[in-house]
Design a protein around this ligand. Structure first.
Ligand code: ACO
Length: 320
């Protein structure tokens, strides 16, 4: 028994912020951002929180799957920007959609959050503990970045993507997850460690910090490694894979991965031009776009891969 995606959905805030808009608040330009990242605009949440976007994406996925919220046994939300420390974001989604029979928790693995959540759901489903799960990636990094820091604020956007997964004969063929905590300092956000009871000091959560070049090097090395690992472990040739759906951090990272793996860049769909880097949401948003556009055929083999803060990275190979 394995785990099959039976419905996809996504939600993006309406408000569009273009590169030219950003050039009015920090010293940057459309040319700089596009040439280094492939990003042209992003959606920014003005009224929505993470749980609102996640719930809307989840409802779209449930509609497509044709099942009721009460059939969900498990909700896993990959996010690093939940509305609260607790209740967790998955519980907040549960409340909004009425998935009264689900156990709910968040997976914190930054931009790898959706892939880690999908793999975790697969672990529960393949052992028979649960049958149907809602696996979501959602982030509002616009609330966590310093809008005066041009090195990070131009990169991110807000959004949510969701999948309904169910026990089935066909679906996930293999997966892996990796972490390297010793390198966590290259990408950090929201430290709570500087609060101090004795000094009466409230924690100052702090903005995102990033060593962009280290993240770039990490991604182009580790993503090919974990994709090759999942292909080898499932005796799959890379030519058999229809699409490589990779975290949409940056076009240059994806181009380098394709080149390093000697795979045609056309097999790596991209949408960061319109949404920027939506962190844990990017893989399920892209998957939903491809699915709704009819680009994925039954039997297609697809690799999903995420990478991000932690550091964390991983891949999933599935048959549609
Ligand atoms: N506009 C104009 N100039 C800028 C901007 C900007 N938005 N940001 C930085 N610069 C300047 C720098 O200050 C620097 O100026 P200097 O030479 O006078 O010091 C110059 O541009 C070059 O800066 P670098 O950091 O060397 O630029 P680089 O070519 O490395 O590009 C980038 C930066 C795009 C962040 C790149 O390192 C990258 O793509 N890294 C990957 C990071 C990433 O994708 N992170 C996503 C988050 S993590 C995740 O999703 C896993």
């Amino acid at each position: 028994m394995t785990t099959r995606i039976i419905g996809t959905g996504s939600y993006m805030p309406e408000h569009i912020v273009t590169n030219d808009d950003l050039a009015k608040i920090v010293e940057t330009s459309d040319e700089w951002i596009r040439s280094r990242t492939g990003i042209g605009e992003r959606r920014i949440a003005t009224v929505e929180n993470t749980s609102d976007m996640a719930a809307k994406a989840a409802q779209a996925a449930l509609r497509q799957a044709g099942i009721g919220a009460d059939e969900i046994d498990l909700i896993l939300l990959g996010t690093s920007s939940p509305d609260h420390c607790f209740p967790n974001g998955a519980c907040e989604v549960q409340a909004q959609i009425g998935a009264v029979n689900a156990a709910c928790f968040d997976i914190s693995a930054a931009c790898s959050g959706y892939v880690f959540a999908l793999n975790t759901a697969h672990a529960f489903i393949s052992t028979g503990l649960y049958r149907t799960a809602l696996v979501i990636g959602a982030d509002v990094l616009s609330k966590l970045i310093d809008w005066a820091d041009r090195g990070t604020c131009v990169l991110f956007g807000d959004g949510a993507g969701a999948t309904v997964v169910r026990a089935d004969e066909k679906g996930i063929l293999g997966m892996n997850m990796h972490s390297e905590g010793a390198k966590g300092g290259v990408l950090t956000c929201g430290s709570r460690s500087n609060g101090n009871f004795l000094l009466g000091k409230k924690p100052d959560l702090g903005y995102m910090t990033m060593d962009g070049q280290e993240v770039f090097k990490f991604a182009v090395k580790k993503v090919p490694e974990c994709i090759n690992e999942v292909l080898e472990n499932t005796h799959t040739f890379k030519d058999e894979v229809a699409y490589f759906v990779i975290h949409q951090a940056n076009y240059r990272i994806i181009e380098s991965i394709a080149k390093r793996m000697k795979i045609d860049a056309d097999k790596f769909p991209v949408n960061m031009e319109h949404y920027g880097n939506t962190s844990a949401a990017s893989v399920p948003i892209l998957l939903d776009e491809m699915n709704r556009a009819g680009k994925i055929k039954s039997g297609d083999k697809i690799v999903l891969s995420g990478f991000g803060g932690g550091l964390t990275w991983g891949a999933t190979l599935l048959e549609w």
